[in-house]
Design a protein. Structure first.
Length: 256
């Protein structure tokens, strides 16, 4: 058993994951059992239209009480799904992890060790860390570099990577930040990390333990909306600074 010390909640947002979600949960639970701590897996079905809800229902029976499943009918975006799950998590440390396990579960141990050793509030897996290895087309690398540059120019957030789907947060960080968040889809990671910076939380980047393969399936629509989200984040927090305005009331968008 690998000693960790904190209770862990792993949040898996999933949309139309019938081809991989069973395998992912089995692999993730096997890894978490190797840790010397209490843990839970929270799966949030983000309005799937395939057989994902039926698969999750059966898995919940198989893995009870370690697997908790939530969902809703209309697809709302990864950011919304993570927020939905995180606000229902019981752990001291809450981990966001991509449900297809393109990043292996063992990455979580890297996050937890970095959090303990550096006393970080947030630990982010960075595909552009000097020790990470990335396989991608020239176009995909160009798009990723362009997005990183825009994030730095517009928000001033000096991180190599905001988008890789494996991050760990101390519970208190998310309790402070999530009620303020507005972005539901494309740039929610940027908003979350920028707010963490505004509130003075410590963010640490760690390398990916296995090579990351980037696909090239970005549509013009996705790129456009990511840019619009970035502009909105810049306006809300860097220009208007609404996060510290006395009259600003956090957005309670999780009242269902």
């Amino acid at each position: 058993m690998r000693k960790v010390g904190s209770a862990i909640s792993v949040v898996l947002p999933v949309y139309n994951g019938e081809k991989f979600i069973r395998k992912s949960i089995v692999a993730l639970s096997k890894f978490l059992r190797s840790l010397d701590c209490s843990w839970e897996i929270i799966v949030v079905d983000d309005g799937s239209s395939d057989s994902t809800p039926h698969i999750l229902k059966k898995l919940q029976n198989d893995f009870h009480p370690f697997l908790r499943v939530f969902g809703y009918r209309v697809n709302k975006g990864k950011g919304y799904a993570f927020r939905f799950g995180a606000l229902r998590a019981r752990g001291d440390v809450i981990v966001l992890h991509d449900s297809d396990l393109d990043i292996p579960p063992e990455q979580i141990l890297v996050l937890l060790k970095a959090m303990r050793d550096s006393d970080a509030d947030i630990v982010v897996t960075s595909k552009w860390h000097p020790k990470s290895k990335v396989t991608a087309s020239f176009l995909r690398k160009f798009l990723s570099y362009g997005f990183r540059l825009l994030v730095r120019l517009l928000t001033g957030l000096k991180l190599r990577d905001t988008q890789t789907g494996s991050k760990a947060f101390k519970r208190g960080v998310l309790e402070k930040i999530l009620p303020y968040m507005r972005v539901k889809r494309y740039a929610f990671d940027v908003e979350l990390l920028y707010l963490a910076k505004c509130f003075g939380f410590k963010i640490v980047e760690v390398p990916a333990i296995k090579p990351i393969k980037l696909g090239s399936n970005f549509s013009f629509r996705e790129i456009f909306h990511m840019f619009i989200d970035l502009l909105a984040i810049t306006y809300w927090y860097r220009i208007k600074k609404i996060w510290k305005a006395r009259k600003y009331v956090p957005v309670r968008s999780l009242s269902y």
